[in-house]
Design a binder for this molecule. Structure first.
Ligand code: AMP
Length: 278
């Protein structure tokens, strides 16, 4: 496994690689969800590059940029286990040197859900992905369904800007009890960790009601809200959305494919999860 720590070295290395390269961008503090993306990339491409970069520009001023969990030696050991070919760890000062002034802004799909709560978040995500795509020049890049809106935004950007790569989406990897894996789960205290499974339980409830014939979004959302409110440690439901899976426009009546997504604050982190009804 080759570890590359400068943009110039990554570009030089890329020139020597064959055409087909799979790419898995991450913010590190890896878990099985990340490793699944790398296994998938390894299976579909002769070369796989993973990146670790906690992108300051996608965190709001009140968010957890400085405290976001980081452990590069642990990440490298995990990347070795899945035989990652190349790990790219760019320095923040190289990614955003003084006078850095260029941004990628995607409209509409960034205005809802996470975008409405985290102003500028998707501008930061789109900008860093564009930069990483330009440096690594992958033919396929792998993203997790866990961050459903991110996938929609990145696909929109790649289409709109005629970028030369394919975006592949892999299913959400979950803990045995159903909690979606996330680097931010490490913020949860033991009792909060127990509570956190309620996000998945609420999503499964939506799926069950729909499969029993319920189409009224209001009633499904109501049932999910009631389930979550029974949990004293689920402090605040930021949103429960049932939306068109492509446009993210809110639905009144379920028309598949519909994206059911939610964000709930439990202790310190605000957790997100989603499923698609189709
Ligand atoms: P992050 O390090 O959180 O920025 O995530 C890097 C990539 O891993 C993103 O494409 C995420 O959507 C994906 N990812 C994170 N958690 C999971 C999970 N539980 N299952 C599948 N993919 C995930």
């Amino acid at each position: 496994m080759k570890v590359i720590k400068t943009i110039a070295a990554m570009k030089r290395t890329r020139l020597k690689l064959p055409k087909l390269v799979g790419f898995v961008p991450t913010m590190g503090y890896l878990h099985e969800g990340h490793l699944e993306l790398i296994r998938r990339a390894k299976a579909e491409n002769p070369w796989t590059v993973a990146s670790i970069f906690v992108n300051p520009r996608q965190f709001g001023p009140q968010e957890d940029y400085t405290s976001y969990p980081r452990n590069i030696p642990r990440d490298l050991a995990m990347l070795e286990t899945v035989k990652t070919d190349i790990v790219f760890i760019p320095p923040t000062a190289e990614m955003y040197p003084p006078r850095y002034n260029t941004w990628v802004d995607i409209e509409k799909v960034t205005e809802r859900l996470e975008g409405s709560i985290r102003p500028g978040h998707f501008r930061g995500v789109a900008t860093v992905c564009t930069k990483l795509f330009n440096i690594v020049q992958p033919t396929k890049a792998y993203f997790g369904q866990k961050d459903a809106q991110q996938v929609i935004v990145i696909k929109r950007m790649v289409t709109d800007l005629n970028m030369n790569l394919e975006i592949i989406v892999a299913p959400t990897v979950r803990e045995p009890d159903g909690l979606a894996m996330s680097s931010r789960n490490t913020y949860l205290k033991p009792d909060e960790r127990q509570t956190a499974v309620v996000l998945y339980r609420a999503l499964k409830l939506a799926q069950k009601l729909w499969s029993q014939g319920e189409q009224d979004v209001h009633r499904i959302r109501q049932a999910m809200t009631e389930m979550i409110k029974q949990e004293p440690l689920a402090e605040e439901i930021t949103y429960i959305s049932i939306a068109d899976a492509k446009t993210l426009e809110e639905l009144h009546k379920i028309e598949p494919p519909a994206l059911v997504s939610l964000a709930v604050k439990i202790g310190r982190p605000r957790l997100i999860d989603n499923i698609i009804l189709e």
